[in-house]
Design a binder for this molecule. Structure first.
Ligand code: FES
Ligand SMILES: [Fe+2]
Length: 441
C-alpha cells in the first residue's frame, strides 16, 4: 500500500480553508503528478514554435519530458522524450529543427511522428526486424488540440474536450489573438526560465491576488512614485513606472476589479485598468498606427470592442498564466513539492508596429526578468510561504476572504463578491479535489 492510500484527500479541502499538507507533503505531490498533471489539459506552447515540419520544442508535462513537434504531414505531435531502446532522453535542446530524432546513446532514429526509422545492427532482431521495430515508436501523448494557435495536450486517453475544459476562459485567448492586426500571434524570441523554492500552486494563487502588491511590492511602488511622470511618447523605462504605480493602487481600486472563475479552476482579473492609466495607448503615435492596422482587418466597431476588453492576468489551471495587454505567457512546471520552474514567453501581435513588441519585452523585463523589481519580490515571498507551510501548526491555510459572496453570471462563471475575493483560489481547489478524488479518467 502506498502512503497516499491512507490520506483522505477530500478532508484536506474545506469551503474556506485547505490543509497545509497540500503544499508540503511529497506524497500528495506524487499523487498530483498522476491524477492532476497526468490528466488535465496542459498548455505546452504555440504553433508558431513548430512552424514547419521537423521544428520542435522540448518541455514537460508534469514528470514526463515531452517533445512538441510538427510531423511531415504537418500535424503537431507530442511525443514522450524517451528512447524506446534503453531509455535515454532523446532530445536535449530546448528547440530546433530535425529530419529525425536520433538517440545519442546507440543511434536509433525516430521520425517526427515518433515511428522508429533506423536502428543499427538490425540483424540482431530476428528474421523480421521491421516487424519488431514497428512496435518501438516513441510513446505519443494521446490527446493534442489547439485553441487559437495555443497547443494543449493531455496524458489521459479520455476526459473533457479542450473546448469544455476552457469554457468561458477561452475568451481570454480570443482577447489576446483578436488584438493582432493580422489575426494571429506568435511566440517571439526564446524562453526565460526561473526556478523558485515553493510549490507550483503558489504562483497560480498569486497572479490574481490584488491585495499582495501593496505589501510584497511596496518598495518598487515607492521608487516609482518618486520617478518623473511618464510623458508621451513613452520611453522604455516608463513601462516600469506605470506598472509599479499601478501595483500601488489604493484598496478601493483593487476591490472594484472583476474576478471571474470557472469550474475547472480557471480565472481572470477583469476591469483592471483603462488605457490612459496603464497601456501605452491614448495619444500615443505607435498606438494610433496600431489601431489603424487593426481597423483595416476588423472595421472600427469591432476594433473598439476588441480594445475595450480590459482583462489582466488569466489563469488556466493547472499550468498557465497569461495576459493580452503586454502579451506575456508563463507556464508552470512542478519539479518537486517545494520546487517549481516557470517558463516565460513573449508574444508578438502579428501585423502590429514593432515598437509594441519592444514594449512587450520591456514589460517582461519589469515583471519577469532576473533584474525584475516585481518577480524577485514574489519569488522571495513564495520561498517564505513554503518554509512557513512546512510547519505542522496551524494545520489550516485560510482562504476565507469573500467567502459566501460569490455571484453566478451569464457566462456560467462565478464572480467574486469583490476584486480581492479569494474565490479564484477556492475554485482552483475545487478543481484540484475533482482531479485528485476521481478515479480513472
Ligand atoms: S538508448 Fe537510445 S538508442 Fe540505445
Ligand atoms: Fe506579485
Amino acid at each position: 500500500m502506498k502512503a497516499t492510500d491512507s490520506i483522505d484527500i477530500a478532508s484536506l479541502v474545506r469551503p474556506d480553508r485547505v490543509h497545509h499538507s497540500v503544499y508540503s507533503d511529497p506524497e500528495i505531490f506524487e499523487l498530483e503528478m498522476d491524477r492532476l498533471f497526468g490528466r488535465a489539459w496542459l498548455l505546452l506552447g504555440h504553433e508558431s514554435q513548430v512552424r514547419k515540419p521537423g521544428d520542435y520544442i522540448t518541455t514537460r508535462m508534469g514528470r514526463e519530458p515531452v517533445i512538441v513537434t510538427r510531423d511531415s504531414s504537418n500535424k503537431v505531435q507530442v511525443l514522450i522524450n524517451r528512447c524506446t531502446h534503453r531509455g535515454a532522453m532523446l532530445c536535449h535542446e530546448p528547440r530546433g529543427s530535425v529530419k529525425q530524432f536520433v538517440c545519442p546513446y546507440h543511434g536509433w532514429g525516430f521520425d517526427t511522428d515518433g515511428s522508429l526509422k533506423v536502428a543499427p545492427t538490425p540483424q540482431g532482431y530476428g528474421a523480421d526486424p521491421k516487424k519488431v521495430f514497428a512496435d518501438l515508436g516513441l510513446a505519443r501523448v494521446p490527446r493534442v488540440e489547439s485553441y487559437r494557435g495555443f497547443v494543449f495536450a493531455s496524458l489521459a486517453d479520455t476526459g473533457p474536450s479542450l473546448k469544455d475544459f476552457l469554457g468561458h476562459l477561452a475568451t481570454s485567448f480570443d482577447d489576446l489573438v483578436d488584438r493582432a492586426p493580422d489575426g494571429e500571434v506568435e511566440i517571439a524570441g526564446g524562453v526565460f526560465k526561473h526556478v523558485y523554492d515553493g510549490n507550483w500552486k503558489l504562483m497560480l494563487e498569486n497572479h490574481l491576488d490584488g491585495v499582495h502588491p501593496n505589501y510584497v511590492h511596496i518598495s518598487s511602488v515607492a521608487a516609482a512614485r518618486e520617478a518623473p511622470d511618464p510623458v508621451q511618447p513613452e520611453k522604455y523605462a516608463d513601462i516600469s513606472v506605470r506598472q509599479m504605480r499601478q501595483n500601488g493602487a489604493p484598496e478601493p481600486v483593487w476591490e472594484a476589479i472583476g474576478m471571474w472563475t470557472t469550474d475547472w479552476g480557471h480565472g481572470y482579473m477583469g476591469d483592471y485598468h483603462n488605457d490612459s492609466r496603464l497601456v501605452v495607448g491614448l495619444k500615443n503615435p505607435v498606438f494610433d498606427d496600431y489601431r489603424v492596422r487593426l481597423e483595416k482587418r476588423t472595421g472600427k466597431d469591432e476594433a473598439n470592442r476588441i480594445l475595450g476588453v480590459t482583462r489582466w492576468n488569466s489563469i488556466v489551471y493547472p499550468n498557465v498564466s497569461f495576459m493580452s495587454q503586454f502579451r506575456q505567457l508563463r507556464i508552470v512546471h512542478p519539479l518537486a513539492v517545494n520546487k517549481t520552474v516557470v517558463y516565460t514567453y513573449n508574444l508578438r501581435l502579428k501585423g502590429a508596429p514593432e515598437q509594441m513588441f519592444r514594449d512587450t519585452v520591456a514589460f517582461s523585463n519589469v515583471v519577469n526578468g532576473t533584474g525584475s523589481w516585481v518577480l524577485t519580490d514574489d519569488l522571495e515571498v513564495y520561498g517564505r510561504t513554503q518554509r512557513g507551510l512546512t510547519a505542522k501548526q496551524p494545520e489550516w491555510v485560510n482562504l476565507a476572504r469573500g467567502v459566501g459572496g460569490d455571484v453566478p453570471d451569464e457566462h456560467g462563471t462565478l464572480r467574486g463578491a469583490t476584486g480581492t475575493s479569494e474565490i479564484f483560489i477556492r475554485r482552483q481547489f475545487g478543481a484540484w479535489l475533482k482531479y485528485m478524488t476521481e478515479t480513472g479518467n
